[in-house]
Write a protein that binds this ligand. Structure first.
Ligand code: AMP
Ligand code: MG
Length: 343
């Protein structure tokens, strides 16, 4: 499938979603042009990152400030919430003993509370306490062998919010080996915060894209809308594109990151209810006002598949791709799939 029209300049943004910006410069009618200033910092959350700030020509200093602020914000939140960073707040919580209160920042607690609410809203499909299962499948992948039923049962025992208490300034484990993983929500939260920083810096528009999860605000450098291209989960290239004004687009998909065991690919997303990697869909793209919401639901719908569409909150839309390369099945809610232009 080819895209409907050729975009003069395409921002290639990592794994899942591509955003096209028509032109670098466009006349605003006042004689002064809008310009898009782009920065691609490395080392953000272990993936690609693209930041775009739109300002009036001559205001490039404002754009630079907005981009530097957004980059610093992403790194700051990664430092709080990544379980890959040894002394992050989440790593400290994961290493703590049962009943030992762990003091956390308001932000980390806010994300943990949102994650707990999401477990409820998704009927248990989205559950950041499933870290023991994530670790089990990751180490099984490294060892090249399937985990045993017993190992899965043990990791499931260690999963669930019954093991965690959140108070105003602390988190406490009720039992020993509880661990959390904010990999399915913290990136969205960080993108939202980075957009806030860019807005406050005075950018007229912009985009924060971390590994293909993104949020746009204000005006793009050309035209009225941002164009987002959805990657084909079955092959190299683009499945289609759609346009939107403001908001976030996040994509989860088994093709992006997986473990291989005995010749079979297993997704990095786990169904916490069963303790096994998901295989219901090839990819899920979610559009929501906030990146945190889009991030949560992209992961959750990867677990729930089609029946999960009924659970989507108002204002959140999803595009679900399943089947295989020969017989892809594309369905969605709201604007999807009708607004997905495939040629
Ligand atoms: P995403 O790429 O946003 O779909 O997030 C995937 C990441 O979220 C994984 O790499 C894990 O760190 C974590 N994760 C995996 N399964 C789940 C789940 N069922 N609920 C919440 N987080 C999960
Ligand atoms: Mg997610």
């Amino acid at each position: 499938m080819s895209i409907r029209r050729v975009i003069p300049f395409v921002l290639i943004s990592g794994l899942a979603v591509l955003v096209g910006i028509g032109l670098w410069q466009t006349s605003g009618g006042t004689g002064r042009h809008d310009v898009a200033v782009v920065r691609e910092p490395t080392g953000i959350m272990g993936t690609s990152c693209r930041l775009v700030a739109v300002v009036r020509e001559g205001d490039e200093g404002t754009a630079e400030e907005a981009l530097a602020g957004a980059q610093a914000e992403l790194s700051r939140i990664e430092g709080l919430m990544s379980s890959w960073i040894e002394n992050s707040e989440i790593s400290r919580f994961n290493a703590a003993a049962a009943r030992e209160p762990v003091k956390l920042s308001d932000e980390t607690l806010e994300v943990l509370r949102a994650a707990r609410d999401a477990t409820e809203a998704t009927g248990g499909a989205f559950d950041v306490t499933c870290r023991p299962l994530i670790e089990l499948w990751r180490s099984a992948g490294k060892a090249g062998r399937h985990p045993t039923e017993m190992e899965i049962a043990e990791a499931r025992e260690e999963t669930g919010w019954r093991g965690v208490q959140l108070s105003e300034h602390e988190a406490i484990k009720n039992a020993g080996p509880i661990r959390v993983d904010l990999g399915g929500i913290a990136k969205g939260y960080a993108i939202d915060r980075a957009v806030e920083v860019m807005r406050r810096s005075g950018a007229a528009g912009g985009m924060v894209d971390v590994g293909g999860d993104l949020r746009c605000f204000g005006r793009p450098p050309a035209g009225q809308k941002w164009t987002v291209q959805v990657r084909d989960p079955f092959a190299e290239g683009v499945l289609g594109e759609f346009q939107f004004e403001e908001g976030a687009v996040c994509t989860s998909g088994g093709y992006a990151r997986f473990t291989e065991i005995e010749g079979r690919q297993y997704s990095h997303i786990i169904d916490p209810r069963m303790g096994v990697p998901v295989d219901a869909v090839a990819s899920v793209t979610v559009v929501a006002p906030k990146a945190q919401t889009a991030d949560v639901w992209a992961t959750a719908l990867s677990v729930l598949g089609e029946p999960g569409l009924d659970r989507l909150p108002d204002g959140v839309e999803a595009l679900l791709i399943s089947g295989d390369a020969n017989t892809p099945k594309i369905l969605g809610t709201g604007r999807f799939p009708k607004d997905l232009a495939t040629e």
